[in-house]
Ligand binder design. Structure first.
Ligand code: C5P
Length: 304
């Protein structure tokens, strides 16, 4: 039974978009080498950790897409809690996790990875474990390719599976409109279709993306954004092509499928342009909802 005096540790964690997602050919380990530029945006999940008796792991989920989120050991936040406890030699440490979702589920915005990153931090505080940044990164990388970035946020280059990070300084604030689709896309399925489509592969991040970020040139960034998974996502969900076209024709400076999709991310020149764009996109039948967010924002952080 909960009491109002119960300890409770709350962590807020952002979604990401990939400003560049340059994908190499399938490697022997079943993954694709990446050169990517992550950008954290102000669309958040909150993960709350509360005490539970030894041996108990419980997850409850509220908000965006709850019906599609497992509340057992398939949930990446569950895996994060168990991995942290086992690593510290206390496999039976108990926790009750509550996840408040705003980040779309299976939307290409790393929502599940974000929850895992937040669960690592929240459980570390709840159990009073001394978990340094290097250890957190190491555990995060074991949980998934996008989890380490959710810890740091901001902008970062990701190499390897996306887990080898180098922070990137940037100028300016970027205004985004997200067009959320009905249903999600499975990341492995999108990578499989990428393999089937074939073609030349390169993990070279375009200099134009890095230069645009360095000087804060939003138009140059919009022109330079690149997502090698986009053809595969469009092949699986052809209606996304129209979403991208309408976004561009209704004032977006540029638009791409976010990560493995199906969310589409549009860069707007200003907050007021973003509002007009969101209202135009929300009239499309294939658009379930729109969100506005700006970036970059910091990674997972404890909140009061
Ligand atoms: O690392 P994560 O569990 O998030 O990846 C989910 C799936 O996406 C992998 O099992 C793999 O099929 C695919 N993937 C990939 N190459 C990457 C990252 C993910 O093929 N760099």
């Amino acid at each position: 039974m909960e009491t109002s005096h119960e300890q409770c540790y709350r962590v807020r964690v952002p979604a990401k978009v990939n400003l560049a997602l340059c994908v190499g050919g399938l490697a022997d380990d079943g993954y694709h080498p990446l050169g990517t530029v992550f950008h954290a945006i102000g669309l958040y999940d909150d993960v709350i950790a509360r005490p539970a008796p030894a041996g108990v792991t419980e997850i409850s989920v509220t908000g965006e897409g709850v019906e599609d989120v497992p509340t057992d050991e398939r949930n990446l936040a569950w895996k994060a809690a168990r991995l942290l406890a086992e690593t510290h030699g206390h496999g039976d440490l108990g926790v009750r996790l509550t996840i408040r979702k705003q980040v779309p589920v299976a939307g290409g915005m790393a929502g599940g990875s974000a929850d895992a990153a937040a669960a690592l931090l929240a459980c570390s505080m709840l159990w009073d474990l001394d978990t340094g940044p290097d250890e957190l990164h190491e555990l995060a990388a074991q949980l998934g390719s996008d989890v380490p970035f959710a810890l740091v946020g901001g902008n970062a280059i990701g190499r390897g599976r996306g887990d080898e990070l180098v922070p990137l300084l940037s100028r300016g604030t970027y205004h985004w409109v997200l067009a959320l689709a009905h249903g999600g896309l499975s990341t492995p399925a999108v990578y499989r279709r990428f393999d089937e489509l074939g073609g030349e592969h390169s993990t070279d991040i375009p200099d134009e993306v890095l230069n645009a970020l360095a000087v804060g040139d939003v138009r140059a960034l919009a022109d330079a954004m690149r997502n090698d998974l986009q053809p595969a996502a469009l092949d699986l969900r052809p209606e996304l092509a129209e979403t991208l076209e309408v976004g561009r024709s209704r004032g977006a400076l540029g638009g791409i499928v976010s990560g493995s999709g199906p969310s589409c991310a549009f860069l707007a020149a200003s907050e007021s342009d973003a509002m007009d764009l969101a209202s135009a996109l929300s009239r499309l039948p294939q658009v379930r909802a729109t969100r506005r967010a700006s970036g970059p924002v910091p990674g997972a952080k404890p909140i009061g």
